[in-house]
Ligand binder design. Sequence first.
Ligand code: SF4
Length: 267
Amino acid sequence: MAKITNPFDIYKLLPQTNCGECALPNCLAFSAAVIRGQKKLAGCPYLKAEDKKELVNRISIREEFNRARGEDLDALKGMIRAVNLSAKAHLLGARLVSGKLAIKSLGKDFFVDARGNVTSECHTHAWMCVPLLSYIVHSSGMDLTGRWVPFRELKDGSPMNALFKQRGEKPLKKLLDRNSELLEDLLGIFSGERADNRLFSSDIALTLYPLPKVPVLVCYWNPEGDMDSDLTIFFDASAEKHLQIESLFSLGVGLVMMFEKIARNHI
Ligand code: SF4
């Protein structure tokens, strides 16, 4: 039976109520802690006995998880030390400033030193650090293809697509249903660009650049007659050459969580 190294395989069997009884803030954090060997499945009283039985022999703990994903922050910092930042800057669409790699994310400079420490001219978002370091380590430097694809069409995206919809696209759609002006505001705050909405016949389309060579296209369709509104987050087809699917997931979902926070606090 195949070993589980991806926390999403546990998450999808949890009730996803984020009740906190496992002493972690949400079910995703619990799933990741189980994979890392920091929590036992028994920590969630709501996991069905038959699912627990099935999972227990299939979970690989931290070391294998890190090797498989290469996404652990400390492991990534270790890998950054082996990267020639000066030689890679151009490939990443970045530049070298006082020995640090300056990478634009959503219009703001993020600086990464040779030991993988991340600083920024604005508040450093924790969710950005892993995709950012992963981009430096894994990116092939491939140029954009100009072909937009949904998450499910990226390499390894299909098994995680339902979760991406649930954690990323659905909450963003809800946000825009309530506040259609939000996308306009996001354009200004995050140096986005209005995209050609004829491409997917959407009512609103904008491009944001969380990483220089990993843009996302957000398309929103207004409700019409009996049809509900709809929203899709597209990636350039080259995204899988820059980041592993888990980092692309974190990037998309992290963006949406940040937008929700902004909508709550500032707009
Ligand atoms: S106890 Fe279970 S349902 Fe509650 S947050 Fe933890 S994992 Fe989720």
